[in-house]
Design a protein around this ligand. Structure first.
Ligand SMILES: *Cc1c(COP(=O)(O)O)cnc(C)c1O
Length: 320
């Protein structure tokens, strides 16, 4: 078995994350509880953006791109994952940050700066124009820049998660999950998991926990991504409208915490050494906990909590 990772990938090298059983919480709640540790995806800071961006940029390299433009906030996991992967490839990178530059450079932003990417801080309303200008600048330098939407929201991002479900299937062996639970933002991750599940675990239900969007908008985005992915895969599977996207476990919204969330994060760390963050994974795990307590996830179910990362968001948070 090969244990090393080549530094400049031209081909997709399989990068696998561990599957871990959470015995103490599982026994306590009478479910078989597993966690797919994408927080340990092999890139500093890990997480679902690391999985997406490795996939997106590896494919872009094959397609002849050699520079990149994208956007996000100061503590964006997406910007950090883009910047590191682009540095590995030696690409010129312009990042449009829709935030004011903070006095204290910390968390994701610290790593993003460290890669040498060019950061341009703009007003939210100027993002589109700034991205267009960045594309022009790179083209004027004779480069062929790739334009990535915020959050790595694109077909390749969903494709990475479609393939990750197959990875999970191999790891689970004979065990069939009844539920997969994860944090859902732009929906690209959930869309990939939905299509993967429909193919590899047809009886399993995917439970997306919104971190920001209301149910209507969130579902629409997931379905759009699913349609694109299905077309790409040549699947005849009909995209069903019963996408599950719960917008009641995020408190007042993306940047807000609430006492039960903080309690859940402490409880997970203390009982299992499971480290969650207040922006994404803590909300998803809080939802999972509530579902088991309320019987929405019945006893003896096989449950996979897809850990999507967020460690650097926790580090940058003042709430814990
Ligand atoms: C971005 C992000 C998500 C949400 O992923 P989407 O594909 O946008 O739905 C979940 N967890 C973490 C830690 C993230 O950074």
């Amino acid at each position: 078995m090969k244990l090393w990772i080549r530094n400049s990938d031209t081909d997709f090298e399989r990068r696998i994350t561990p599957l871990q059983q959470l015995n103490k919480i599982g026994i306590n709640y009478q479910v078989s509880l597993f966690t797919k540790r994408d927080d340990l995806y092999p890139l500093p800071g890990g997480g679902n953006k690391a999985r997406k961006l490795y996939y997106i940029l590896s494919k872009a390299k094959k397609d002849g791109y050699n520079a990149v433009v994208t956007t996000g906030s100061n503590q964006s996991n997406h910007l950090r994952a883009t910047a590191i992967n682009a540095a590995v490839l030696g690409w010129k990178t312009i990042l449009i940050v829709h935030d004011t530059k903070p006095e204290k450079i910390e968390g994701n932003l610290k790593i993003t700066f460290l890669t040498g990417a060019e950061l341009r801080f703009v007003e939210k309303s100027d993002v589109k124009i700034a991205m267009g200008n960045a594309m022009d600048n790179l083209r004027n330098d004779g480069l062929n820049p790739l334009y990535i939407e915020g959050g790595g929201h694109c077909l390749e991002g969903s494709l990475a998660y479609y393939e990750a479900v197959n990875e999970l299937k191999v790891q689970l062996g004979n065990i069939k999950p009844d539920y997969i639970v994860m944090a859902s933002g732009t929906g690209a991750t959930q869309a990939g998991i939905e299509i993967g599940v429909s193919q590899f675990f047809p009886k399993c239900k995917v439970l997306g926990m919104s971190v920001a969007r209301n149910q209507k908008r969130g579902k629409e985005a997931i379905i759009q991504s699913m349609i694109k992915l299905n077309n790409y895969l040549g699947n005849s599977v009909i995209v069903q409208d019963d996408i599950f996207f719960d917008d009641t476990k995020m408190g007042k919204g993306y940047e807000y915490t609430f006492p039960e969330l903080i309690e859940t994060i402490k409880w997970a760390a203390q009982t299992e050494g499971l480290i969650l963050d207040p922006t994404y994974t803590g909300k998803a795990f809080y939802g999972l906990k509530r579902y088991i307590e309320e019987g929405l996830i019945p006893k003896r179910s096989n449950v996979v909590f897809w850990h999507t990362g967020g460690l650097l968001n926790l580090i940058a948070s003042n709430e814990l």
